[in-house]
Design a binder for this molecule. Structure first.
Ligand code: SIN
Ligand code: CO
Length: 384
């Protein structure tokens, strides 16, 4: 697990985490030796015409104002109208549509899966860029096709240094402290908040392996919603011991003690917090709409698995587990595991595909085949 990785410039993952992760940028030449883009400009253009694909077109000069953003789906006819230079097409969640990009994401296994977001792909003709900006998340920028000049600045970015009235967070002033030209297979790691500006020097595809970090407000809102929907939350403030107050306008300390007690009991419950977080963090970005599948019983499932030889996790479905709770979380649902079945949690959550030979022994353990059959019937896992 902690062997040196070419992807990290022959550093061990642990060294990368200690020295660079969330701390400082790192350029890795030839992180993916001989890399050729698994997706072509035409395929990206095709993807952004699909209504279910999240995409954006950023026009530096050709829109009504500088830096116009057009949101997908993009009409096919739009491409004929675009200028020769100075625009970028961004396509989100490409790992769902291009299997090689799902495999690329797996190379970042040294970061916990729940922190990984998606692989975004951008296509730009010469001079295409999304402007100098900062992102709130860590990102690995993999050069897939053509060359791009990346400039970065590790100087702090004041909150007022952004262009007003546009849909992009573009910096008004940007002075690079470092710059490099990236060729296919080169990779640049940027921690959150580092200002960067990438300009295509020719036809160029860049892949962004992006990470997620829930905002505190998002955590608080989701947790409060979760707690408020529990049966206990239907109770009301009660004060049968109420005594006459000198000032009817005062909120008494007795009332405040009770209010604090209601709130503190909620946040002091570790098991509840763990269970909520497992569900929250494995929720799919967009609602999972499974294609129609023929449901199988356990016997049929095992037979199909033996015949096809391999089972895959749907790219959109998030799996995670909490070891000391024997808790498995899939797509926002909690699957409590018996102690005997606890071993399946890492097996299911660490990998994104399983061969029949690998699981054959474990499948005889009571409950495991039943669980996999349920996951198959919910279209969380599939055969080729
Ligand atoms: C791009 O691929 O053009 C932009 C990626 C980024 O800056 O995050
Ligand atoms: Co960026």
């Amino acid at each position: 697990m902690n062997e040196p990785l070419t992807l990290l410039g022959n550093r061990c993952p642990e060294t990368f985490l200690v020295e660079y992760w969330q701390k400082q940028p790192l350029l890795i030449r030839d992180a993916l030796p001989g890399f050729t883009s698994p997706v072509s400009p035409e395929e990206l253009a095709g993807l952004c015409c699909e209504p279910e694909v999240e995409s954006r077109l950023v026009l530096e000069q050709a829109g009504p104002t500088p830096w116009t953003v057009e949101y997908g789906p993009v009409a096919e006819s739009r491409f004929a109208e675009l200028p020769e230079t100075h625009w970028t097409l961004l396509v989100q969640e490409c790992n769902r549509y291009v299997p090689e990009l799902a495999e690329l994401r797996e190379q970042f296994n040294f970061i916990p899966h729940w922190r990984v977001d998606d692989v975004m792909a951008s296509y730009a003709p010469a001079q295409g860029s999304v402007g100098p900006h900062t992102d709130q998340y860590d990102v690995f920028l993999v050069q897939a096709h053509g060359t791009r000049r990346w400039q970065i600045s590790t100087d702090p970015v004041p909150g007022d240094n952004f262009l007003p009235d546009i849909d992009l967070c573009i910096m008004r002033e940007f002075t690079a402290t470092k710059e490099w030209i990236l060729h296919p297979g080169d990779m640049l790691y940027l921690p959150p908040g580092v200002a960067h500006h990438g300009v295509a020097l020719e036809d160029c595809i860049t892949l962004s392996v992006g990470f997620r970090a829930p905002g505190h407000a998002e955590l608080l809102n989701s947790f409060a919603d979760h707690m408020a929907s529990r049966p206990g939350a239907a109770q009301r403030f009660a004060d049968p011991a109420l005594r006459l107050q000198q000032h009817p306008g005062e909120i008494s300390s007795d009332a405040l003690v009770q209010v604090r007690d209601i709130l503190q009991k909620t946040v002091n419950d570790d098991a509840t917090i763990d269970q909520w977080f497992g569900k929250f963090i494995t929720e799919a970005k967009n609602e999972h709409e499974p294609e129609d599948i023929e449901t199988l019983n356990e016997q049929q499932f095992l037979q199909t698995f033996a015949e096809t030889g391999r089972l895959y996790r749907d790219e959109q479905i998030r799996f995670a587990f909490i070891a000391n709770n024997n808790a498995l979380f899939i797509n926002g649902q909690h699957y409590p595991l018996s102690t005997e079945l606890a071993f399946v949690a890492p097996l299911l959550c660490d990998q994104r595909q399983w061969s029949y030979t690998q699981l054959q022994g474990e499948l005889t353990q009571p409950g495991f085949a039943k669980l996999l059959t349920t996951l198959y019937n919910q279209a969380y896992v599939y055969f080729t």
